[in-house]
Design a protein around this ligand. Structure first.
Ligand SMILES: Nc1ncnc2[nH]cnc12
Ligand SMILES: [Zn+2]
Length: 329
């Protein structure tokens, strides 16, 4: 029995597998600057976040039509189902597409059309989080949000990602608008950047979850606050390894975080680039850290607690985790 999982930190564009990149390039008549799939895959070796982002944004060139975005979303859901994912909140970097001349309605139409039937087609409930790019001017994020709101596609929340440089504070009015319109708020912080960035997104952007947040561990008072306020951290172990945020997964501080009472969850971030989906992340940690069934159940329950779902769905997900936990005895 596969452990039922909630995935809360997943960039749809980070699920673009090399095979799909080539298939979409062919369909759209795009010449890729690589010598084939294996050459592309051989470039998936990163020295840090920026070296990854350069390739990640470049490969988005193959996403042109609503069908492309739908195929991308469907491929993720197919794989996620096999990973045991029962609920997914997925990120879309809308500005990375509009900046290339792809209308927001094309990207949103393709993604939300597939998400609308994810429960019936894949057994996964889902929601879409629009992630703004921190390396672009904050006014661009505001414009992007206004366009997304005007288009009326179903959106669950907003996030902030890309290079962790510069203050998050300029994005405050965008996050305030999102909040006023009933959207949830999350942000990447404390991935490459310091613990102070985690404080900033909590205090200034009002986020309900922190994406990554692993460097919060460098600030004891912040950890106490995250525990007291039960702020979830969406950890991404294989991502942290591949982007050299940590030196080895054998030293990944997960058990200490659980023992400290942090609401940590395990997620895949950009699985096509980092060597594994959420089940691969959990399997590697279990192998290297010797995670017990109780610890795995706590991770799964943290995901259910951290999800932006209604009480009825939370109760269903909890029952699935309880059944899995009982079967481990
Ligand atoms: N790991 C990551 N950190 C920040 N921005 C991202 N966009 C896609 N993956 C990301
Ligand atoms: Zn991420």
């Amino acid at each position: 029995m596969t452990m039922p999982t909630v995935e809360l930190h997943l960039h749809l564009e980070g699920t673009l597998e090399p095979e799909l990149i080539y298939a979409l390039a062919e369909r759209n008549g795009i010449d890729l600057p690589y010598d084939g799939i294996e050459d592309l895959r051989s470039r998936y070796s990163f020295t840090g976040l920026q070296s990854f982002l350069d390739l990640y944004y470049a490969n988005m060139v193959v996403l042109r039509t609503e069908e492309d975005f739908a195929d991308l979303t469907r491929a993720y859901l197919d794989r996620a189902r096999r990973a045991g994912v029962r609920h997914a909140e997925v990120f879309l970097d809308i500005q990375a597409h509009t900046a290339r001349g792809v209308p927001a309605a094309v990207a949103l139409g393709g993604v939300t059309g597939v998400l609308a039937t994810s429960e019936a087609d894949h057994g996964i409930t889902s929601g879409l989080i629009i992630t703004f790019l921190r390396h672009l001017p904050a006014e661009d994020a505001r414009t992007a949000l206004e366009e997304v709101l005007a288009l009326g596609f179903p959106v669950l929340g907003v996030g902030l990602c890309s290079s962790e440089v510069g203050p998050a504070a300029p994005f405050k009015d965008t996050f305030d608008l999102a909040h006023a319109r009933g959207l949830h708020r999350v942000a990447h912080a404390g991935e490459e950047g310091p613990a102070a960035n985690v404080r900033e997104v909590l205090d200034v952007l009002g986020v309900e979850r922190v994406d990554h947040g692993i460097r919060a561990l460098e600030d004891d008072a912040l950890v106490d606050r995250l525990v007291a306020e039960r702020v979830p951290l969406t950890l991404c172990p294989l991502s942290n390894l591949r982007l050299q945020v940590v030196d080895s997964l054998a030293d990944y501080p997960l058990v200490g975080m659980l023992e400290r009472g942090l609401v940590v969850t395990v997620n895949s971030d950009d699985p096509a680039y980092f060597g594994g989906y959420v089940d691969d992340n959990v399997r590697e940690l279990t192998r290297l850290l010797g995670l017990t069934p109780d610890q795995l159940a706590t991770l799964a329950r943290n995901g259910v607690e951290a999800a932006f779902v209604d009480d009825a769905r939370r109760a269903e997900l909890t029952a699935e985790v309880d059944a899995w936990h009982a079967a481990q005895a």
